[in-house]
Design a binder for this molecule. Sequence first.
Ligand code: ZN
Length: 274
Amino acid sequence: MTRRFGHFETHLLRDGVFSAPADVLTHVDGEASRRQAIERLGKPEIQIDVNCFLLRSADGITLIDTGAGTIWGPTFGQSRLAMSELGIEPALVDRVLLTHLHADHALGLFDGDAAFFPNAEIWVPDVDLAYFTDASALEATPEAGRSPFAIASQLRQLYGNRIRAIGAGPVLDGIEAWSLPGHTPGHTGYLLHDPVRSLMTWADTLHLAEIQPGDPATGLAFDLDPATAARTRLSLLEQAADAGWVVAGSHITGFNRVERAGNAFRIVPDENPA
Ligand SMILES: [Zn+2]
């Protein structure tokens, strides 16, 4: 799926499809609301795309996230095939902008014990980098939640001085990093400026296009701080609707728009203007 936003020829690359039991749904208002959300979902499992983005511009080749690489088995890592179909070998990638340090976003950086991208700089949200390299944060995290810490460690080992810690604000000509905390402390979206309709890639701000726009207090167990994630979600939906942005994410399908619907929102596919 290819669109142009501002300076960028923008390719949405689907890396695979992730499923999990509907029980991973959470709700800020407690168990009864959580049950209702699961009922609204209406199926025993969630199934969501895992996406990353490839951007071509005068600044070269930029990736937003990398997919899961080979570690999640043969049904993942499709973004690597899509890249090679576009004629882009790993050595041609100039930089990777990470949205956060979760496996399905960052494991594509690695090729076993080697760096998959031999020449790329890896731009990492500073807050995530600090948190997931902090020994006391690791100590306080149960075993099951420790994979981002391992990823941060491998990242430092394999990419060393090619890592750039970034904060909110302009990161590249035409791209702005947006702090979207909650899913992880430094979770970040990237806004691609376009004179007509900018593209907000909101990463994991919202996973379930069918139910979260109508009830932004619904979350997933993968949100590290569910209350903050819900506030961020609501506020970004408001901004997206008001600004008329095209939105895409790591786990929703394709390019979309956000519309107001009663007290809440809905997401509708954005027709390709071509
Ligand atoms: Zn994710």
